[in-house]
Design a protein around this ligand. Structure first.
Ligand code: GDP
Length: 295
């Protein structure tokens, strides 16, 4: 995960690590390399620039040059800033409703259905909840089938209604079904499109308004780089979602989305998807990710 970025940051910071004393020029050059590594990893230019400026300010504030281990201190400052950039503390999801309703949003192919299953499985096994999955994609019968396959695999019930063409009604009926059958979490999988379009946005907005979910999660494929951030912006503008799910972090992603999404939409990444299997879900801990990136 993020091997390339890791290597580049390691190289950039390596110069400083062994030094007993470093100069202002060392710091400036290192930060330039750090910025370059971030931009190469698909972090947008402004985010990368602001990042290195903040590290520089902190380095000045903490008198890095005259400190005992200036190299180590610089590495720590970069790590702390990376953690902060990715969201600071980990944030959970709100399970206080009865039932708690979680609305999934995102483009087609982002991994919504897979993640809905993973989340249901996670809540069932780790939090001893009784989830219900609701299939709200009224356009693709295959999407309903897919959710049923996922539900069967993890032994979680799925609510669907192949005759109903109004996703708002299906979502409402699904919640009523959950209440009647003792489910305390409802995960609503919605229809995505290949790109942001008005019809999809209007539909998800209507579902959101009608059911007032405790949590609205935006699912995005981390492999899509800068596009991931742009799509997040578009969805956040209309849904003001609560958190981001970053999928396919097991793939050949450069990592830019993980690093810059928080700073662009100011919403935390809550979970990550790290594979196709139902167990491939992790709570997102910014500090652990920063540790992983900086080795
Ligand atoms: P949806 O259209 O948003 O519901 O997306 P799907 O859940 O159908 O996922 C699209 C494809 O991505 C499927 O082939 C999934 O198996 C795959 N996928 C989803 N999440 C992950 C992940 O975290 N890692 C990998 N490698 N593949 C994933």
């Amino acid at each position: 995960m993020f091997d390339n970025l890791s290597d580049k940051l390691d190289k950039a910071l390596h110069v400083l690590k062994g030094h007993g004393s470093i100069t202002e020029v060392n710091v400036a050059e290192t930060l330039k390399e750090v910025r370059r590594a971030l931009i190469d990893a698909d972090v947008n230019f402004k985010t990368a620039k602001d990042f290195t400026n903040r590290v520089k300010e902190k380095a000045l504030g903490q008198n890095v040059l005259t400190s005992l281990q200036p190299g180590q201190l610089m590495v720590k400052l970069v790590k702390d800033e990376l953690t902060e950039l990715m969201g600071g503390d980990a944030t959970g999801i709100d399970l206080s409703g009865s039932p708690s309703v979680i609305l999934m949003s995102g483009l087609q192919g982002s991994g919504k259905t897979t993640f809905s299953g993973k989340l249901a499985n996670y809540l069932k096994t780790k939090k001893t909840k009784k989830p219900l999955l609701v299939a709200c994609d009224v356009y693709r019968p295959a999407a309903i089938d897919q959710l049923h396959v996922v539900g069967d695999a993890i032994k979680v019930e799925v609510y669907s209604d192949r005759d109903e063409k109004n996703p708002v009604k299906i979502a409402q009926d699904g919640i009523a079904f959950a209440k009647a059958n003792g489910h305390n979490v409802v995960i609503i999988d919605t229809a995505g499109r290949l790109a942001v379009d008005e019809a999809m946005m209007t539909e998800i907005k209507e579902v959101h308004k009608a059911i007032q979910p405790q949590e609205t999660l935006f699912v995005v494929d981390s492999m899509t780089g800068q596009d991931a951030v742009n799509t997040a912006k578009a969805f956040n503008d209309i849904l003001n979602f609560d958190g981001v799910i970053l999928t396919k972090l097991d793939g050949d992603t450069r990592g830019g989305a993980a690093i810059s999404i928080k700073s662009v939409v100011d919403k935390p990444i809550k979970f990550i998807g790290t594979g196709e299997k139902m167990e491939a879900i992790d709570v997102f801990y910014p500090s652990r990710m920063a540790d992983r990136i900086l080795g």
